[in-house]
Design a protein around this ligand. Structure first.
Ligand code: COA
Length: 258
């Protein structure tokens, strides 16, 4: 387990809190493992009737830890050992409803995991971006299908290709989120919604969720995405993007041909 993911049960709600605020809640392999275990518990523990996904600090999640990406790129971390994929598969399959609260930056998997949540409350300072292409990578977590399905192909293409952030109000108008909430209230609002869900007939709620989304089809797409993603991780494009982030300079892809 890791101290960077906090798990607590409250009134039928399993609260999962990202707690690595000093690194903007960037997800390490240990954090993915803890998240995967928490989701497994949510589905097997009958006392859990809803899940809340939230984060400490001023950012929801800066995506995958870029140090881990660099380790895979350098051959120091094997794809099979990346607990990220196991977490994402669990997220696609989980039957209990998930509510999320997002404040500040949500980047990469910090956004694509939200496409698997059933209710989403965004703080007025929320900024959602999916800059996979800027990193020489491709979308993951079934977002290559889920994002266009949610907001339309053209808008999804632009979000992926340019990596520009969508603000809270746009996230609601695009159909990505339910409601904009003042930042000081967003976690309480999401918790209240999760507690309300926990009072509903849980069998009907879970059956409804399964009708609305085909978890196994999402897992199959994730497997396809992850093969291409891990190939991309070893590319010169990703190497340049990661070097640029570490050196705090803009990347230069002009000399790399496709
Ligand atoms: N992986 C590892 N560390 C990360 C990180 C990531 N994905 N995102 C942020 N951090 C770290 C920074 O290196 C910094 O660490 P330091 O204090 O030891 O130098 C700390 O978190 C704070 O980040 P900083 O960039 O100073 O904060 P900011 O408010 O200026 O910007 C972000 C926040 C999220 C916009 C910016 O950190 C960012 O773009 N991160 C990378 C996001 C990304 O590309 N993720 C992968 C998507 S596929």
């Amino acid at each position: 387990m890791t101290e960077h993911v906090l798990i607590a049960a409250e009134d039928g709600v399993l609260r999962i809190t990202l707690a690595r605020a000093d690194k903007k809640n960037a997800l390490t392999q240990a954090m993915y493992a803890a998240l995967g275990q928490a989701l497994a518990r949510a589905d097997t523990d009958a006392s859990v009737r809803a899940v809340l996904l939230e984060a400490e600090g001023d950012a929801f999640c800066a995506g995958n830890d870029l140090g881990d990406f660099a380790a895979v790129a350098a051959g120091k971390l094997a794809r099979e050992d990346m607990t990220a994929f196991k977490f994402l598969y669990a997220l696609a399959r989980v039957r209990k409803p998930i509510v999320a609260a997002v404040q500040g930056q949500a980047v990469g998997v910090g956004v694509t995991m939200l496409l698997h949540c059933d209710l989403l409350f965004v703080a007025d300072d929320a900024k959602l971006s999916v800059p996979f292409v800027n990193l020489g990578l491709v979308p993951e977590a079934a977002s290559s299908a889920l994002l266009p399905a949610r907001i339309g192909y053209s808008r999804a293409f632009a979000m992926f290709a340019f990596g520009e952030a969508v603000d809270a109000r746009s996230a609601v108008s695009l159909g990505l989120a339910n409601e904009v909430v003042p930042v000081s209230e967003v976690r309480a609002k999401a918790l209240a919604a999760a507690k309300l869900l926990a009072t509903k007939p849980t069998g009907a709620l879970q059956a409804m969720k399964q009708l609305m989304r085909d978890g196994e089809a999402l897992v199959a797409l994730m497997a396809k995405e992850s093969e291409i993603f891990t190939e991309c991780l070893k590319s010169p494009e990703t190497a340049e993007a990661l070097r640029a982030f570490a050196e705090r300079r803009p990347p230069d892809f002009s000399k790399i041909t496709g």
